[in-house]
Design a protein around this ligand. Structure first.
Ligand code: FAD
Length: 371
């Protein structure tokens, strides 16, 4: 029987960061298994035949204010500085998202746009994000009109498609958080660090796990090898409900049918991401060559059709955050806490949506706890 100090299930960002820390900082042996045929989990990317870097599981843009996370990853990659700009088609026009002062002028006649702009700046100041809930509370009919416009045009259609919910079931506290950005800043994120690994995510991942104490086995399900390996510590970044054989029931997820299309022209759309809250069944189209500023006569675009996660059909993408699911997850967490040598982590182990920086931060924090 093979002996290893740490068995890590999942070669995604959670698994590899823990593997690297245990191997390098604690000088312990690590075996990572992943059922997929490649490393990196959902951040896996590859260069296609046209030299365009494709994100197989949907577009990934790194952004963070967490310097520890930024410095940690910077040991394994150089960065292509990249500020994400997203547009949405509202009433047939491409406008900045988050909806900002320039968006106002794109969708409204000049006098109305100017009036709204002046009222927003006067009431809230400049360079601030104002949730539409605040606009609604303002008792100003113009600002209430703006709140309703943004709710209907930016939030409602997109959310109904993304989460497969009925408009009447939407939680007012969530929709109320949709912001109007009283600013001319047209970036999607305002984080201090925003970039894409200059050689792609997969190369960064390969460097993180390139360590004499780390062995990786791909195409390997945990259930296939668990009786063949003797380990002291198990770190599990797969689905927590699956580990416990779904004994309390299945945790639901949203998934995506990602359709990639190649076009025989240099560019397909005006920027990397266009959202379609009102039109079509897909939520957004993403053109990959923009990310690393790659040159090609052709271009590749993905279209995202949200759908429910179904085992064997598609991938688990987004945990669905509601109180019933949280309660179900807590039952699994109680089970997990009975065994001190098993650690659940990551998007599937914690049943929590994490951006990449949060994933790394969570893994580093768990490492400190283990240490
Ligand atoms: C569509 C989409 C877009 C995103 N865009 C961004 C973005 O722009 N910016 C950002 O910061 N974040 C983004 N994210 C979040 C990012 O993908 C996650 O933070 C990160 O991938 C989580 O890593 P993880 O290791 O926890 O999970 P995963 O990457 O899912 O890794 C888990 C791994 O475990 C393996 N596994 C599971 N069960 C088993 C088993 N039983 N046996 C063996 N192996 C198993 C899986 O095959 C998988 O490789 C996005 C996520 C999605 C879904």
């Amino acid at each position: 029987m093979k002996k290893v100090k740490n068995l890590i299930v999942g070669c995604g960002l959670s698994g590899i960061v823990l593997a690297e820390r245990l191997a390098e900082d604690k000088n312990e042996s690590v075996l990572i298994v992943d059922k997929r045929a490649h490393v990196g989990g959902n951040i896996y990317d590859y260069k296609d035949k046209n030299g365009i870097t494709i994100h197989q599981y949907g577009p990934h843009v790194f952004h963070t204010n967490n310097k520890e996370v930024w410095d940690y990853l910077s040991r394994f990659t150089g960065w292509h500085n990249f500020m994400y700009r997203v547009k949405a088609v509202l009433d047939g026009r491409e406008v900045n998202i988050p909806f900002n002062l320039d968006s106002l002028h794109k969708v409204f006649p000049p006098k109305l746009a100017e009036k709204l702009e002046n009222k927003l700046i006067e009431k809230f100041g400049f360079n601030v994000k104002v949730p539409i809930l605040e606009l609604r509370k303002s008792q100003d009919s113009d600002l209430e009109f703006l709140a309703q416009y943004v709710y209907e045009k930016v939030f409602l259609g997109y959310t109904v498609k993304q989460w497969g919910v009925k408009p009447e079931d939407l939680d007012a506290s969530v929709s109320g958080r949709v912001p109007v950005y009283v600013s001319r800043d047209d970036r999607y994120f305002q984080d201090k660090y925003q970039a894409i690994p200059e050689d792609g995510y997969t190369k960064m991942v390969e460097r993180i796990i390139n360590h004499p104490n780390i062995e990786v086995r791909l195409n390997t399900e945990f259930s296939q090898i668990k009786d063949e390996i003797e380990y002291e510590r198990l770190i599990y970044s797969g689905p927590i409900d699956e580990y416990f054989d779904y004994k309390f029931g299945e945790l639901p997820y949203r998934s995506l049918d990602l359709q990639f299309r190649e076009y025989n022209k240099p560019y397909y759309q005006s920027g990397p991401q266009i959202n379609y809250p009102e039109n079509y069944d897909f939520t957004r189209s993403v053109e990959y060559k923009y990310y690393l500023d790659e040159n090609s006569e052709k271009t590749v675009v993905s279209f995202e059709y949200p759908e429910a996660f179904v085992q064997g059909k598609n991938e688990r993408y987004y945990p669905i955050p509601d109180s019933a699911n949280q309660e179900l997850y807590n039952k699994y967490l109680n089970e997990a806490e009975k065994n001190p040598n098993i650690y659940f982590v990551g998007r599937l182990g914690d049943y929590k949506y994490y951006n990449m920086d949060q994933t790394v931060a969570r893994a580093l924090e768990l490492y400190k706890k283990i240490k």
